[in-house]
Ligand binder design. Structure first.
Ligand SMILES: [Zn+2]
Ligand SMILES: [Zn+2]
Length: 358
């Protein structure tokens, strides 16, 4: 089968023929119907993370069960959304109700299958979903209705679960609270949508690209601002001089984390959703940490339980209360995925979704 493979950091991405194992006990083979390109995939190839190579990219996808290994429950033909942090349900974190921190999910790349030359192949976050097929443990697949459009179902597996969960589970944004969202990729736009749905206002979107203005307003922002030297003043003008109750940092850089911190009111909360680099240090003054009384925390996978929340989000898409179409910049074939990575690196568009015929 064909898959988008990275051979090393900075190496050009190529679509290659690779081989996956047949599903063993408790495993499924899933034929991918749609897969989004997420910023974390870019982090796998631009040196931010150090996974093993050759690596099949992709971790946000929906597909159809094509083959079910012994002892599985999901039937052949079922539509599933892939979960890149499947919970073991037995470790310390899972038992205390924090499955997004499951101790079984620590490696950015997992060995599975082989290249055309017969070398070991690795897959991103246990999935490797920018491919015609994946073989995954059954608990990495969440069943959703078969009539859900695959490209919208795919987004539930990372951007939407992460963005929605950051608002509802991590920050617990309430009606009437003010929100700023920095960085408007797929996750940032999902944060906007969820914040607006929670009754927050104003919901202020911030991005370096003026081209994101329309997208932001379509996704639920009440205001769009560029991160220039008037940003702080503009945000304070919209929050009675205080700064926002909640800032969401969806970039993963020290500079934007500091901006988020600065835009938040005394006693407010900064939620870091973007995944940054290990050598990018955030500097905050000790006096400021004390005096501002702010909370700084991160949201991993939206502090969510995908087994419960993906079906809930799927229902909201199905009944029209959650519209994911503004997030999708375009549908492309697998062969155009390398060019879409370049566009993502330049900050163009929201989600580029690879779709597969059939
Ligand atoms: Zn992702
Ligand atoms: Zn666990």
């Amino acid at each position: 089968m064909r898959a988008l493979v990275a051979r090393g950091p900075g190496a050009p991405l190529r679509v290659e023929e690779v081989r996956l194992p047949t599903p063993g006990p408790g495993e499924l083979r899933v034929r991918i119907r749609a897969a989004g390109i997420c910023h974390s995939d870019l982090s796998m190839v631009n040196g931010t993370l150090a996974p093993a190579y050759p690596l099949v990219l992709g971790h946000e996808a929906a597909g159809v069960v094509a083959e079910a290994g012994p002892g599985t429950r999901l039937p052949v033909g079922a539509q599933v959304v892939l979960n890149w942090a499947p919970a073991c349900r037995t470790c310390w974190f899972c038992r205390r109700g924090e499955p997004w921190l499951c101790a079984a999910n620590t490696a950015p790349a997992v060995a599975r299958g082989e290249t055309a030359e017969g070398d070991p192949l690795y897959v991103t976050l246990g999935l490797g979903a920018l491919a015609e097929e994946v073989v995954v443990p059954e608990h990495a697949a969440v069943g959703v209705p078969g009539d859900l459009p695959p490209e919208q179902a795919a987004l539930l597996g990372c951007a939407v679960l992460t963005g929605t969960g950051a608002v509802r589970n991590t920050a617990r944004v309430g009606a009437g609270e003010s929100v700023v969202v920095i960085g408007l990729g797929g996750v940032g736009l999902s944060v906007l949508t969820a914040a607006r749905a929670a009754g927050a206002g104003p919901v202020i979107a911030v991005d370096v690209a003026e081209a994101k203005r329309e997208l932001a307003l379509a996704a639920g922002a009440t205001d769009f601002l560029l991160p220039d030297d008037r940003l702080s003043k503009e945000v304070r003008a919209r929050t009675e001089g205080r700064g926002v109750d909640h800032a969401f940092e969806c970039v993963g850089r020290s500079a934007t984390i500091r901006t988020a911190w600065r835009l938040t009111r005394r006693g407010g909360a900064v939620t870091v959703v973007g995944m940054g680099a290990k050598d990018d240090l955030v500097s905050l003054a000790a006096l400021d940490i004390f005096h501002s009384a702010r909370t700084l925390r991160s949201s991993v996978y939206g502090s969510s339980d995908p087994d419960r929340e993906v079906p809930e989000l799927a229902r909201a898409v199905g009944d029209g209360t959650l519209d994911l179409r503004p997030l999708i910049s375009g549908r492309i074939p697998l062969d155009e995925a390398p060019a879409a990575f370049d566009r993502l690196a330049r900050g163009e568009g929201a989600r580029w979704v690879v779709t597969f015929p059939g």
